[in-house]
Every structure is written in C-alpha cells, then in structure tokens.
Design a protein around this ligand. Structure first.
Ligand SMILES: NC(=O)c1ccc[n+]([C@@H]2O[C@H](COP(=O)([O-])OP(=O)(O)OC[C@H]3O[C@@H](n4cnc5c(N)ncnc54)[C@H](OP(=O)(O)O)[C@@H]3O)[C@@H](O)[C@H]2O)c1
Length: 407
C-alpha cells in the first residue's frame, strides 16, 4: 500500500527542472507566496543547483534521479504528493517515472503531446491508477489544455444555460510563438520510432468500446475552408491531431456527460478575411502536408534538425514575452442552440502559457483535491478536463488568462 500522501516531505516535485520549460516551472514556483513544499529534480545535481540559484529558489529541495533509474524514481515518487514532469521526449524519459508514481499513489502531470506514448501509459496504468485514486494527467501544456478545457466548458455551458447536450464543438486558434528544441526532438523521436500510423488514428486515446462504428466523419481536416461562425478563412491546425484525441478521451470518460452520443470535435488555425487569407490558408495546408512528408524522409529530417534549436534551447525571453494565443470555440446543442467560448493568454504558448497550465494543474492536485471532479478518490490516466474541470479554469483566470463561455 502507498504511504498516505499528506505525510510526505514535498507537495510537488518538478522533474526535468533543468530543461527549457523546466526552468520556467522553477521560476513559477519560486513566485508562489506562502505556497507549497517543493523540490527540483532531474539527472544532474550540478544543473539542478544552478537552476535553483538562477531562479532564486533556495527554499526548494533537490532530488537526483535519472529517467532510467527505477530505484531512484521510486524514492522520488515516495517523497512527494505530486510530480510535475517536463522531461521529454516523454517516450524516452517518461515511462519509468509514471510507473513509479502509480506504484506510490503519487499524482502526476506533464506537458507531453506524444499521443502514442500516452496510449501506452493508458494501457499499462489506467486501471491501477483508477483503483488507487491516483490522477495521472498527461497533456497539461498548450497541448491540450485550451482545446480540452475549452470544449468541455462550452458543453457545460450549453447544458446549464440551454438544457441541451452538446452535439459538436469546433475550435479556432490564433497564436504567436516560437519553437523549443525539446519539442522538435519529441516530434522527431515519434517519427523515428514509427508512430505515424498511431498518430493518424482519431480515437487513439479512447477506451475500448467507445469508438464509433464510422470514424470517417472524425478524420483530421486537410483543406482550408471559409467558416461562417468564425467569419474567417481557416486551415488545418498542426496540433489538431494531438488535441482532438485528448478531447475525444474526455468525452468517453465523462460519465454523466454533457456531450451527445455522436459528439464531434475539430480544430483549425485562423487566417483572417479576404482573398489574401484564403491564399495563406491554402498555402499553409499544402506546406503542412509537404512538411510532414519531408520529415518522414531521413536526410530531410536530419537537415531540419540541424536548423532547429537543440534540446535545452528555445525562444528568447523577449520573444516569449511578446507571444500570445487565443482559442475561440463554437458549440452547437442537440436542438441547435449556439454557445461560444474563449481561452486566451499573453506570452509564448509553448512556454509561458504551458508553464502556467502545468504549474496550476500541479497546484490544483496539491491543494484542491476535495473540489476536483469525481472527488478525492477518483483516478486513472485522465485528461485535463476530466482531472481538473472548473477548478483549473478558476486557477487559470486568477493567473490572468481568459477562460470563458461567452454570451
Ligand atoms: N505541451 C506543450 O505545449 C509543450 C511545450 C513545450 C515543450 N513541450 C514538451 O516538453 C518537453 C520538454 O521540452 P523542453 O523544451 O523543456 O526540452 P529540453 O530543454 O530539452 O528539456 C528536456 C529535459 O529532460 C531532461 N532529461 C533528458 N534526459 C534525461 C534523463 N536521462 N534523465 C532525466 N532527465 C532527462 C533534461 O535534463 P538535462 O537538463 O539534465 O539535460 C531536461 O531537463 C518536450 O517533450 C516537449 O515536446 C510541450
């Protein structure tokens, strides 16, 4: 049996704290007034000491554990109530840590977008985590919090305001941000380990028995179109093949569901109005397909790797501060009512917003257990909406983000 969590020395351990996003999570925790008992963790004591010093986080403990060292990871998981991991590629550095958290009944959040790996974690750990009331919540970064919390929030509002279950939601993203070396490494790792076919499965993360007989209407969009609800030209969103799978898992896990049985979800990138926007959307759609094809080809992938930032690198502070994102949503009820929603924030989505999302998720696990959906004993390999729901939405609002159903 796991030790009761409240007796553990730490509330939250930040694993991967010396990485590009990891360092930002340390700075975020260092700013929490009167808050959690926490530690930085990773494979190198020297790099952890350096990040602690650079972020003015002398109060944080230090835990050293390589991602392949199951004994050290067991010791880590036994010392804390919650693990927040930013050590990716997660398919390389995440599996032993999740297993240790499940063994010790330690809640876990991360920022992975590697859906084939998430599928593996579901198969290995969902049942045990559910039995123990342990929340294992991948995908708590920019992929996939806005999509998941957004679709869930719109469906909730349709039910509460109109008494209608939600038949469909579409989301439309605008963003300004940069690329991290760790994100590029994770993408390349997925392609090099032959996960392309799994990535294309629209119901990759669904529990058995929840996949519709005809998945074709749920296929990822590939062509641009003009959308009357958003009054703009839209193109396929490159993160859609990640986020849509997470939203569909949320729908499948939502017992007393605000979602209709044949619920549909898709997401897009906004290009604006007029012929120039139409042309840009078409060019981007074609470029995305060409880019995916090129990355599947070894020599072109190596060339791209030479041009992309290396692991540990990412956009400048100035570029991250100037970034932003906005996710507009439109939901349609079973009887045709419309419900709009919006999730938006300032700062680079893959860094500033991702840091806020995952840190607030970890803090919710540490401090809001009784208010979380399903109550304190609920667990499993979950999604942001099923694990946190309105609790995370409220925390994100307090952190300065817009998270609203709109009138
Ligand atoms: N959801 C989102 O929107 C989002 C946004 C950004 C990033 N991400 C994902 O987050 C992950 C991290 O991104 P990043 O830019 O921060 O990458 P990064 O700078 O390369 O950081 C990777 C981290 O993993 C650690 N690590 C590597 N090998 C390890 C091992 N054997 N044992 C323990 N730790 C090990 C590194 O430790 P050292 O410092 O010791 O090398 C470092 O802390 C990536 O998978 C990326 O795709 C997601």
């Amino acid at each position: 049996m796991p030790k009761p969590r409240p007796s553990r020395p730490y509330d939250v351990v930040l694993y991967g704290a010396s990485g590009f996003v990891g360092r930002q999570t340390v700075a975020y925790f260092a700013r929490q007034a009167g808050g959690p008992r926490w530690a930085v963790a990773g494979r190198s004591a020297a790099r952890l000491q350096a990040v602690r010093q650079a972020c003015g986080a002398a109060q944080a403990g230090v835990v050293v554990a390589d991602a392949a060292d199951a004994v050290a990871l067991d010791a880590l998981a036994a010392q804390t109530r919650v693990v927040l991991s930013t050590a990716g590629p997660f398919a390389r550095h995440g599996s032993e840590l999740v297993a240790a958290c499940v063994r010790h009944g330690t809640h876990y959040v991360d920022i992975t977008g590697e859906t084939p790996w998430v599928r593996e974690m579901i198969e290995r750990h969902h049942d045990a985590a559910a039995r123990r009331g342990t929340r294992i919540v991948p995908g708590c970064g920019f992929d996939s919090v806005p999509s998941d919390l957004g679709a869930w929030g719109v469906a909730q509002a349709l039910w509460q305001r109109h008494g209608e279950r939600c038949a469909s939601v579409k989301a439309c993203f605008s963003l300004r941000g940069g690329l991290n070396g760790g994100t590029f490494a994770s993408l390349v790792n997925m392609l090099e380990t032959g996960r392309r076919r799994e990535l294309a499965d629209p119901f990759l993360l669904n529990p058995p028995g929840t996949v519709p007989a005809d998945p074709l209407p749920h296929a990822d969009p590939v062509a641009p179109h003009h959308d009357a609800d958003f009054r703009a030209w839209l193109g396929p969103f490159f993160m859609g093949p990640i986020n849509t799978r997470v939203v569909r898992r949320t729908v499948a896990l939502s017992g007393e569901s605000p979602f209709a049985p044949d619920f549909r979800y898709q997401e897009y990138l906004r290009f604006g109005r007029g012929p120039g926007a139409a042309l840009a959307a078409a060019g981007f759609a074609f470029g995305s397909l060409a880019g995916q094809g090129a990355l599947a080809f070894g020599p072109l992938r190596w060339l791209a790797a030479a041009l992309a930032p290396a692991p540990g690198e990412g956009p400048s502070e100035r570029a991250m501060d100037r970034g932003s994102f906005r996710c507009d949503l439109v939901g349609v009820g079973e009887r045709g009512s419309l419900q709009r929603g919006c999730i938006a924030g300032r700062g680079d989505p893959g860094n500033r917003a991702t840091t806020t999302f995952v840190c607030e998720a970890a803090l919710a696990l540490a401090f809001d257990a009784a208010a979380l959906p399903g109550g304190a004993a609920f667990g499993g390999v979950l999604t942001p909406a099923t694990a946190f729901g309105a609790v995370l939405a409220a925390r994100l609002r307090r952190a300065g983000m817009t998270v609203e159903p709109l009138d």
